[in-house]
Design a protein around this ligand. Structure first.
Ligand code: ATP
Length: 141
């Protein structure tokens, strides 16, 4: 009989545990591109960026999607630990809120382009990036 191998996938943010499940595969947005992690993957520690995490369950072909902010991933033995600034399951994403966040960021960026030196451009750009990512991931449900 084929031995079923599992990967324990934990995703943690400052607000708490977002996911803690035994799964078949996880794809995370690494700094240098997507990282596909299967059970028995070689040990790694990597920075992760704003993007989507895809989690494949054992039963059937269904994937679970999450939107994540910047963070780190560590894989060791059959355990994946992701620490991220923010993480939301696709079905928990408030799309209207993300649209408002994009709109607010655009207003800050327009002010900056208009010569307002008091605008924190990086903050506006980062917020826009997180919100656009939430729209992309939230749109998949
Ligand atoms: P907003 O201005 O809408 O709060 P933000 O960029 O300030 O957006 P973050 O700092 O990225 O928000 O996240 C703060 C907290 O709110 C995190 O816990 C994050 O998971 C949650 N969050 C932010 N936007 C959404 C959303 N659209 N749907 C669900 N949760 C969200």
């Amino acid at each position: 009989m084929e031995e079923r191998t599992e990967l324990k996938c934990e995703i943690v943010t400052p607000e708490g545990l977002v996911m803690d499940e035994n799964v078949a595969m996880v794809i995370v947005p690494g700094e240098m591109g997507e990282l596909g992690i299967l059970p028995r993957h070689a040990p790694i520690v990597s920075r992760t960026v704003v993007g989507d995490v895809r989690v494949k369950r054992h039963d059937g072909d269904d994937w679970q999607f999450l939107a994540v902010g910047n963070g780190y991933v560590k894989v060791q033995f059959d355990r994946l630990l992701m620490l991220a600034d923010t993480a939301e399951l696709a079905e928990d994403i408030d799309v209207a809120r993300a649209e408002e966040a994009v709109h607010r960021a655009d207003e800050w960026l327009a002010k900056y382009r208009g010569g307002d030196g008091g605008v924190d451009v990086r903050r506006a750009e980062q917020s826009r990036k997180r919100a656009m990512n939430r729209l992309k991931v939230g749109g998949r449900v």
